[in-house]
Design a binder for this molecule. Structure first.
Ligand code: AMP
Ligand code: TRP
Length: 332
């Protein structure tokens, strides 16, 4: 039997090149080899306030982007998290079996707390409960592998801990313990303006990220105005040359080559020539992606999502019944 992968992305802003290189590209590459489940994490998106019209539009955008990137509904079960109720049913089990200390230790939680304190905003309790829901998303499907970018490693570790804890409580292997799969290169694409920070769709400075659906000319300009350094040698050195290293990573990932080969390719180039080449690669990638995205219509997307919901729900509802039974929840 094929091994299984599960992963998702939140529809909480425009998808960036970081999301693609760090996560979605892996979903596409792995779907040939694995039984693949990919979803839109809309319930995770509402851990921070959302505008309802925008949330629904971005949910569709994300599905269309998944398809435009190359997810094939024949190989990947594509669905919306909120349409499979077992995600929330199992999330409660993990809410109850996780500890406050564990949840408060999560970097993503701590960052949000800090950010909201500065902005004098309240901290929604959903942010704290984010990892138990994520554990449920994963463990419902018993995947061997979960492809994610670097920033999700800690949540994956907690998922493994919660799975082991539940297996221990029930004295049975109810859950498969999943491995984290990170891309060999590009697990952390950095901000174009502050290359020691990760590229993020929630960054206040739009010049710091490439949004996949932005006008292509805007993205080309962002690459050309990316922060570099004064050494004038195209060399991969994250510590001393974070900006150039980030552009080399973007180039190598989109060209499907090794970073060392990209470096060799540009060893005699000026920064200007190098940036022009990276911008061209980004332009070609985005043009193809956006053309495919615009060619998708609502009926096609809805049919794929219906199919995905049915397939995901069949597995997830069976699993939650089994888990509830093992935990003594409900009738004989
Ligand atoms: P999110 O947008 O937070 O739902 O993230 C979706 C996926 O994209 C996760 O697997 C993240 O680890 C990945 N991701 C987000 N930002 C980056 C980045 N700057 N570089 C690499 N991967 C990223
Ligand atoms: N938390 C992930 C992120 O922000 C998105 C996500 C939700 C996810 N559930 C998941 C990723 C399950 C992998 C598996 O990137």
């Amino acid at each position: 039997m094929k091994k299984r992968i599960v992963s998702g992305i939140k529809p909480s802003g425009s998808l960036t090149l970081g999301n693609y290189i760090g996560a979605a590209k892996q979903f596409v590459d792995l779907q040939n080899e694995f039984d693949s489940f990919v979803f839109v994490a809309d319930l995770h998106a509402i851990t921070v306030p959302q505008n309802s019209t925008e949330l629904r539009a971005r949910t569709y955008d994300l599905v269309k982007l998944y398809l435009a990137m190359g997810l094939d509904p024949k190989k990947t079960t594509l669905f919306i998290q909120s349409e499979v109720p077992a995600h929330l049913q199992l999330a409660w089990v993990f809410t109850c079996s996780s500890y406050m200390g564990e949840l408060e230790r999560m970097t993503q939680y701590k960052d949000t707390v800090l950010k909201n304190k500065v902005k004098q905003l309240p901290i929604g309790s959903g942010i704290l409960q984010y990892p138990p829901l994520m554990a449920a998303d994963i463990l419902l499907y018993d995947p061997q592998i979960v492809p994610v970018g670097d920033d999700q490693s800690q949540h994956l570790e907690l998922t493994r801990t919660l799975a082991e804890r539940l297996n221990g409580i029930t004295n049975q292997d109810i859950f498969t313990i999943p491995e984290t799969f990170k891309p060999k290169q590009g697990a952390r694409i950095m901000s174009l303006q502050e290359p020691t920070k990760k590229m993020s769709k929630s960054d206040d400075n739009p010049k710091s990220y490439i949004a996949l659906l932005d006008p292509i000319a805007v993205s080309v300009k962002k690459i050309k105005s990316a922060v570099t350094d004064s050494e004038m040698v195209v060399r991969y050195d994250v510590e001393h040359k974070p900006g150039i290293s980030n552009l080399l990573t973007i180039y190598a990932s989109l060209e499907n080559i090794e970073i060392s080969d990209a470096q060799k390719h540009f060893e005699n180039s000026t920064y200007g020539e190098f940036k022009t080449a990276v911008a061209k690669t980004v332009e070609i990638f985005l043009t193809e992606l956006q053309n495919k995205y615009h060619a998708l219509n609502m009926d096609t997307v809805n049919a794929i999502l219906d199919d995905g919901r049915i397939k995901a729900d069949a597995i997830a509802s069976k699993k939650i019944s089994h888990v509830y039974h093992k935990l003594g929840i409900g009738r004989f």
